[in-house]
Design a protein around this ligand. Structure first.
Ligand code: NAD
Length: 272
């Protein structure tokens, strides 16, 4: 199995992130971090397929990024994920990298005030979806001869506690356990698995998170934003491109011996 994998020699004087023609699937890739990852891989010469639940966003992204293809669907619905298998099989006939990126912020509030529906939805989208994609695409990855791997999108909330966002944090810690276990299970078959833990990524989603938290804490938006930045050693938010850069590295042969790792891209967030 693993001995059958041929890993190209790396020129140590001039190491290169080479993902040309790698077959990549990014869930929830029509906007946000997923889109930036998809665009970065396309720009680097990979073949990329994305999924997304919002049809108009998906259509606009496919239009804007030459070569990108996509499947409409909810990552937390098994029937929708089945359709992704059909499309990916037709386009690639296999897969080298699965980026399990789909995730929602979930509800903000005290644990005893959350609705069961909100908690369930967060678990379905953030965690169950990853199992749906793994169940269907791990067989493809096992057959890949291109240093196959899985990236599970966790969060800084999967490394530290995150009061008032308990469903989100619980699912993001769960992804850490999932990825570490996958690395053990799939390592002997030559498939690597790593988690990326982004900090707050600059953009509308982060603004919504800050606004919701400000309301829960009785603070203004600006006060809450400053509270966020005070806890980041580098005193700045992350950009989606920072996350995509790590994904490119992890997918490449430069990372051929990196598996089971939980890697933060968060400016060193000291506490939540
Ligand atoms: N943005 C951040 O600050 C941040 C920080 C840490 C971790 N993350 C994680 O990164 C991942 C991407 O986050 P983002 O901020 O880019 O997301 P986002 O909120 O910007 O959404 C990105 C895309 O996901 C799609 N989507 C939402 N629910 C979906 C579903 N059920 N099925 C398929 N597509 C769906 C949306 O339509 C959208 O196009 C998530 O797992 C998130 O938890 C984000």
């Amino acid at each position: 199995m693993i001995s059958a994998l041929t890993i190209p020699e790396i020129d140590v004087r001039n190491p290169e992130i080479d993902v040309r023609n790698l077959c990549v699937l990014v869930t929830a890739g029509a906007s946000g971090i997923g889109r930036t990852i998809a665009e970065s891989f396309v720009a680097a010469g990979a073949k990329v397929h994305v999924t997304d639940v919002v049809e108009s966003t998906l259509a606009a992204t496919i239009d804007a990024v030459p070569g990108l293809t996509g499947t409409i669907g909810d990552a937390s619905r098994a029937e929708d994920v089945d359709r992704v298998v059909v499309d990916v099989s037709a386009r690639f006939g296999g897969l080298d990298l699965l980026v399990n990126n789909a995730g929602i912020a979930g509800p903000t509030g005290r644990v005893d005030e959350l609705t069961a529906a909100d908690v369930d939805r967060t678990i379905d989208v953030n965690l169950k979806s990853q199992f749906y994609f793994l169940e269907r695409f791990v067989p493809f990855l096992k057959d890949s001869k291109r240093n196959p791997s899985i990236i599970g999108m966790s969060s800084v909330a999967g490394r530290v506690g995150y009061g008032f966002r308990t469903p989100y944090s619980a699912t993001k810690w769960a992804i850490v356990g999932l990825v570490k276990s996958l690395a053990i299970e799939l390592g002997p078959l030559g498939v690597r698995a790593n988690a990326i833990l982004p900090g707050g990524v600059q953009g509308p989603r982060m603004d919504r998170v800050i606004a919701a938290r400000a309301e829960a804490m009785g603070l203004s938006f600006e006060e809450m934003r400053n509270e966020f930045l005070r806890k980041i050693s580098l005193r700045r938010m992350v950009e989606a491109k920072d996350v995509a850069n790590l994904a490119l590295f992890l997918a490449s042969d430069l990372a051929r011996n990196i598996s089971g790792q939980i890697i933060s891209v968060d400016g060193n967030t000291e506490t939540a």
